[in-house]
Design a protein around this ligand. Structure first.
Ligand code: FAD
Length: 410
């Protein structure tokens, strides 16, 4: 790879910012350009379904860094104009504004964008939650007594449901799968972790198929139609059916795109000096002998740093390091703090080893072929976190149970 004079980071959020900070921390003195589709300095997304949505926090609380700290990084910001294409021969990217920028190193950190319903109308009252503007627009509609229907019982949908209920709305959640948070936690643990919703009066409906949205007064949503003809009335509909990696601008390049930018263990995307990080990155995680893409905060932060470090290492003739990590995420729903370590693929057996769903507080461990694969904690951070070390060491099920026995003994 040629000398590193300009590093371009596409995506001005968590992974992109962490990449820029790491370049400076590791004494890279060349030019850093950050390109961002949104016309805002980097901000934190988790509060968008929690404290910003509830109104407890105003937008100025969620900046990821203070302006003076950003200034120290000496970044050439190109905000408000998305990258539209990449040319791997000339090593340039083009922005929607028409500007072309040449790079020696490239870090792709374009995250993910929300999935929408087929032909989703843009009527008043129909919302998604990905950006600060989305969250503020939804907040303005969450008035006491409003009938809110959340489509999708994933983490973000359920956080929105809890926040809306706390604001005095009548909330119904519609989910096509048989259980909430099923993709992340599995059916049984998904139900156990979501009991707080029924406790708080959220109506939870599973195995329902949404046929489309129904118009109420002209230009406003009036309800959600199910495939059996029923219409669930709604003043506000939140579509929370997941996200897709933002890779459209990379189509027609030689990069491998398969539900994300496919990378090796070091986050290299298959071309010299080109790395990916965060929600957009599908990489081979040595710890799980498996390719994965993770849509959570901690991974985005760690991968931004790892991609930048590896870009620099290779440019200095050193070996890049594999990014092998235990994935981690949290989700706050009513009083429950859900935390999850590791990866569940759906073929593990989950055992509750501390507390119980009845207490709304427990730890469950996921086992497969005699090994510990993942750990779920609901409002049990102290007992959950020690399993991170065991997961990083590929602990056996027996070792996991030994750790559990020390909890009982103390
Ligand atoms: P993103 O944050 O998605 O940022 C990507 C950026 O790239 C965006 O600003 C986007 O506009 C920009 N972009 C996209 N395409 C282009 C382009 N072509 N050119 C230029 N710029 C582009 N995780 C948890 O672990 N716990 C939580 O409780 C939690 N809560 C969440 C709540 C909400 C409402 C949301 C939306 C996410 C939440 N997450 C949570 C997930 C976490 O916020 C994400 O994993 C994290 O933001 C990913 O960071 P990223 O930098 O990879 O991507």
């Amino acid at each position: 790879m040629s000398e590193l004079n300009t590093v371009v980071i596409v995506g001005s959020s968590l992974a992109g910012l962490r990449a820029a900070e790491t370049l400076r921390l590791e004494k890279y003195e060349g030019r850093i350009v950050i390109v961002g589709a949104e016309d805002r300095q980097p901000y934190d997304r988790p509060p968008l379904s929690k404290k910003v949505l509830s109104g407890e926090w105003e937008a100025d609380r969620i900046s990821l860094r203070k302006p003076e700290d950003l200034a120290k990084l000496n970044i050439d910001w190109k905000l408000g104009s998305a990258a539209t294409s990449l040319n791997t021969i000339t090593r340039t990217i083009t922005l929607a504004s028409g500007e072309t920028i040449a790079f020696d190193g490239l870090i792709i950190a374009t995250g993910s964008g929300v999935r929408k319903l087929p032909n989703q109308p843009d009527w008043k009252g129909v919302h998604v939650v990905r950006t600060l503007d989305d969250s503020l627009a939804l907040r303005a509609n969450l008035n006491p007594g409003a009938r809110v229907v959340v489509i999708g019982a994933g983490f973000i949908g359920l956080e929105v449901a809890a926040t809306a209920k706390n604001r005095g709305c009548e909330v119904t959640v519609l989910e096509g799968a048989p259980a909430p948070m099923m993709r992340g936690l599995g059916a049984e643990m998904g139900h156990a972790a979501a009991l707080v919703h029924t406790d708080n009066g959220v109506s939870m409906r599973f195995n329902v198929k949404v046929a489309g949205l129904v118009e109420g007064s002209k230009g406003s949503v009036g309800g959600v139609a199910l495939d059996d003809g029923e219409v669930v009335p709604a003043d506000v509909v939140v579509v929370g059916i997941g996200v897709a990696p933002a890779t459209q601008w990379l189509e027609n390049t030689e990069l491998e795109l398969r539900d994300g930018v496919v990378c090796d263990t070091t986050l290299n995307a298959g071309l010299p000096g080109v790395y990916a990080a965060g929600d957009v990155c599908r990489w081979f995680n040595n710890l799980y002998d498996q390719e994965m893409r993770v849509e959570h905060w901690t991974t985005a932060s760690e991968q931004g740093a790892a991609a930048a470090s590896n870009l620099l290492a290779v440019s200095r003739g050193e070996d890049p390091k594999p990014y092998s990590a235990v994935p981690f995420f949290w989700s706050d729903q009513f009083t429950a703090r859900i935390q999850f370590l590791g990866r569940a693929n759906g073929d593990e057996t989950a055992h509750i080893v501390v507390g119980s769903p009845e207490e709304r507080s427990f730890v469950a461990l996921y086992e497969k072929d005699g090994y510990l694969k993942a750990a779920l904690g609901v409002s049990r951070p102290k007992q959950l976190m020690p399993f991170r070390k065991l997961l990083a060491e590929r602990a056996t099920w027996e070792q996991a149970l030994e750790l559990v026995s020390t909890f009982v003994a103390t």
